[in-house]
Every structure is written in C-alpha cells, then in structure tokens.
Design a protein around this ligand. Structure first.
Ligand code: F6P
Length: 514
C-alpha cells in the first residue's frame, strides 16, 4: 500500500490547502452566506455546525475522498464484524457489541458474543436491584479506562443519580487518593468495586489491598466485587467469582465504559437509564456505520481533525463543554484519543512520515474563558476547538443558562470573525476554527451518543493514519522501570541507572529516612 502522503487524494488536499490557507473565515462567510446552515449535520438531536472551520465544500469532498481511498468503509465493516483489527495484540475490537441489542449476532472466532454481553448486563441489573441495604458508599477502584469512564459518566449523569448513596473513585497509587476518598466513610457501609481488565495493574491492586486492610475483619464477599477479564487473578485476590462481573479481551480499557466496568454508573443512575445510555451509544454506532460520509458526524469531525493536524500543523484540540456536568469529559477524551492514536508506527510497522494524534485538552466553559482562552484568541498557535452545549439546562436557575449559552455562541463567533481595532493588542485576528455541537439536553442517551461520536472520530483518524488505535505499548516501559526501582528505594542497593536517575533516587532515599 502507498504511504499516506503519496496518495493522490493526499496530494490533492495539499494543493487545495495552498488555496485555502490564506482565506479568512470572514471571506468564506461573505462569499457563501448560507454556509452556516449548509455546513452542518444532525443525527438524533445532536447538531453539528462545522461551518466555522477553514474549509469549503471542496475541502470536504477531498477529505471524504481521502477517507474512501484509505478504505474507511471496509475497515469499519471489519471492526463491526469482529475481525482482529488490533493486530499487535491479535484481538477483535468490539466495544460496539457491548451496546448491540439483544438478539443481534456478532461473531468472534465463530461464537456469537451478544448473548454473553446481555447475560452480564442482566446480572448487573439483578445485582443493582438487590444491593445490600446496609451499603451506603460505593468506591470504585480502578485506573485508566477502569476509572475515567466511570468517573466521567458519574459526573455527567449526576442529575439522574440516586442521592442515597455516596460514590467515590480511587485511582492513583498515591495513598492520599485512598485516604481522602475513604476518610469520612464507615467500612460496614462501604462496597468496593475493583475494576481492572487485567487484575494485575499495580495501582489498582495496591489500592485494593489497602481497601481490604481498611475493612478490618469485615467479610470480603460482602464488601468487594470485581470487574475483570481475569478470573484466576480475581480468585487469587480472594474475591469469589460469584461476585465478579466479566468482560472480554475484545474490549479495550478505554472503550470499556459500556461493559461491566460501568457497574458504578448503573448503580448510580439505575438499570433503565444505563440501558438508555447504551442505546445512545448504539444509535451513534449505527449512524457511523451507515450514514453517508458527507452527513456522518464522526467521519466529518475525524476528517476535520486530520485537516488541521496534517495540513495546518495544529498540535492540539481543545474540547470545551458548556455544561458543568461534563467537567471530566476532556479528561476522559484524553485517554480515548491519545492512548489510541498517540503512535508513530503504522500497522505495517513503519515509522510514519506525517503527524498523528493531536493533544486533547479542555475545561468546561465559562471557566476556561477566564484562563486559557486568551491564547486561543490572540496566541500564535492554531487551536481547533470543539464547543459542546445544550439548549436546556438540567438545573434551570434564574438567568444562568442564557448567560452560559450567550458565552458559548459569543466565543465561536469571536474566534471565527475577530475584531479590528486601532491598537494592535486589541485586535482579534479571528480565523480560529471551531466545531459546535448543540443538543437539547444532557440525557443518558445523549451522553452515549457523544462518547461514541469521539470513539469513532478516533477510529476514522486511526484508519487514515494507518495506526493500530487499540494497543498501548507506549505505557509499558515506565511500568517496567518502576518495578525495578521499587526495591532500590528501600535499601542500599546498587544503582545502575543514568547519573540523573541515580542522583534523584539517592536524594529520595536520604530524605525519606529523615
Ligand atoms: O496502562 C494503561 C492501561 O493498560 C490502560 O489502557 C488501561 O485502561 C489501564 O491501564 C488500566 O488497566 P486495567 O483495567 O487492566 O487495570
């Protein structure tokens, strides 16, 4: 296969970029007064306005051509069909099966996995409805995909959450995380959910052992459940497999919030809302799989991301939710996007000669406006932004929502069109691109649609960049070195690192003994 940059569709985009790069969004809107209504797409109440991007209809046509040349359609079909597209781990990639309706058929190695998915969902539902009434606190112990999805969903759907339980999330191996999360809880009222795909992750197992000590003599089987793919390790830890909810190696950690990893979410919002969340995911999966690319939200946003990273040289994407409930959404997206596409080796094992995954970051509006928006408006870097907002607040309070949303609309307008002024420091050049995602209200189904939207943006980009978006080898080396260093911190062991690491460890040893 040709290298990406040698494809005719790529060359066509590179030529087209030369024409576009000097054009201001003011000119594009003046020359095409209806683009604000035309360069939009909508699916199931999620409205995308991408007109404030530095594109024309021709750009979209060429980007869609690139997607087709890179066989996005075939690769999508392969993922949904359970082919082993995670080649470095020889695994299928089937988070979409986690939200497939009962009765669907998706085969992995000849076996339909959908009945197993629903059997686990049914067990989770039964568990939630029979939750021991003595339990008042749920503490999820997990990290990465076993934490960020549950935390983000808990915060995002707090409006729908039961208020008679306290939810806490412990992830960091820093003991402070556990101590602060449990400081005001009573062991007899606490249920720990140990969430770990592998059940070997250092942080999670350390926190789980600390939790076992914290419980004192209370019976483990009444205060622990496990969520994992690794029954042997769960048993070894002392948790009865009856108290274990399984999932499968074809679910990546960062794609696992709709698996049993979502147990804390289901406890919080109830099985019915959890099913609505899954239905939202599934609806977006189907939209991605079937909608024409010109109207396909994940494909359009994925391609716009490619346009900025590879042609404009943008390094980051700011995700700016104008909803306080989505405050952990940017953090969630960081693992989803950066662990998936932060790679320099192609599926063929070659080093890329083009840029790949952007850095994702963001804060909820309007907080970000009083912090880093200065740089987005007047800095020297081009930062494409995704603005997310809702027409109806879940907490209507005086004029708050209109004020919030007036800022939401004002920011994209200011970024795109700017403002002239006599003094240079007061000039807003504008021409800063953004997407606007607007929906009526934040519901469980809408949250599912939003997360699946970004999952498929990541997939679209991974296909074009020709990456394995489903492995994460880049996290391994640090883990290995940390394991080696643990015993070296204790004693006078020989240090065989570089001079910097040796000196730092020596200093640590001296100070910790004081
Ligand atoms: O170190 C990265 C990682 O493997 C993530 O991909 C994963 O979500 C996280 O660690 C936690 O892994 P586990 O669920 O196996 O504890």
């Amino acid at each position: 296969m040709n290298s990406l940059t040698a494809r005719p569709a790529w060359t066509a985009l590179a030529n087209h970029f030369q024409q576009i790069k000097g054009q201001h969004l003011r000119q594009l809107f003046a020359a095409d007064p209806t683009r604000g209504e035309r360069l939009t797409a909508e699916f199931a109440g999620l409205y995308l306005d991408y007109s404030k991007n530095r594109v024309t209809d021709e750009t979209i046509r060429l980007l869609v051509k690139l997607a087709e040349d890179c066989r996005l359609r075939e690769r999508t079909a392969a993922m949904f069909a359970g082919e082993k597209i995670n080649v470095t781990e020889n695994r299928a990639v089937l988070h979409t099966a986690l939200r497939a309706p009962r009765g669907a058929s998706i085969l992995v190695d000849g076996k339909n996995v959908v009945p197993d998915v629903h059997a686990v969902l049914d067990r989770m539902t039964a568990f939630v409805s029979r939750l021991d009434p003595r339990i008042k606190n749920i503490v999820n112990i997990g990290i990465g995909g076993s934490d960020l999805g549950p935390v983000m969903a808990y915060e995002a759907l707090r409006h729908y959450s039961r208020r008679d339980l306290t939810f806490r999330f412990v992830s960091n191996v820093d003991g402070t995380d556990f101590v602060e999360a449990t400081r005001d809880l009573l062991p007899a009222e606490t249920l720990f959910i140990v969430a770990s795909k592998t059940f070997t992750t250092q942080e999670t197992m350390t926190n789980a052992i600390t939790a076992r000590h914290w419980l004192g003599n209370l019976p483990v089987h009444e205060h622990f459940v496990a969520i994992s793919t690794n029954e042997a390790e769960v048993k070894k830890f002392g948790i009865d497999p009856k108290n274990m909810f399984g999932f499968w190696d074809w679910v990546g950690g960062r794609y696992s919030m709709t698996s049993a990893i979502g147990l804390s979410t289901m406890i919080a919002i109830g099985p019915e809302n959890f099913r609505a969340l899954l239905a939202g995911f599934h609806a977006m999966d189907e939209h991605f799989r079937t909608a024409p690319y010109e109207k396909n939200l994940p494909v359009l946003m994925g391609l716009l991301g490619i346009w900025y990273v590879n042609f404009f040289g943008a390094e980051t994407v700011a995700v700016l939710p104008y909803d306080q409930y989505l405050k952990r959404f940017p953090a969630y997206l960081q693992q989803l996007t950066m662990e998936s596409n932060g790679k320099y080796v192609t599926l063929a094992g070659q080093r890329v000669d083009y840029q790949t995954g952007a850095i994702f970051w963001g804060e909820p509006g309007t907080n970000g406006q009083h912090s880093f928006y200065q740089l987005i408006h007047q800095g020297t870097k081009l930062i494409p932004c995704d603005f997310l907002g809702f027409s109806r607040s879940l907490n209507p309070t005086g004029a708050h929502h209109d004020l919030l949303m007036s800022n939401f609309f004002a920011q994209t307008e200011a970024l795109a069109f700017g403002k002239d002024a006599p003094a240079a420091h007061r000039v807003f050049e504008g021409n800063r691109p953004s997407n606007t995602l607007l929906a009526e209200q934040l519901t469980p189904a809408m949250l599912g649609m939003l997360v699946a939207l970004y999952e498929h943006i990541v997939f679209t980009q991974g296909v074009i960049w020709n990456l394995d978006s489903f492995d994460q080898w880049g996290v391994e080396l640090g883990k290995v070195l940390a394991k080696q260093i643990v015993p070296e911190l204790q004693a006078d062991a020989d240090l065989r690192h570089d001079s910097s690491t040796n000196a730092l460890i020596r200093r640590y040893r001296q100070q910790r003994l004081r």
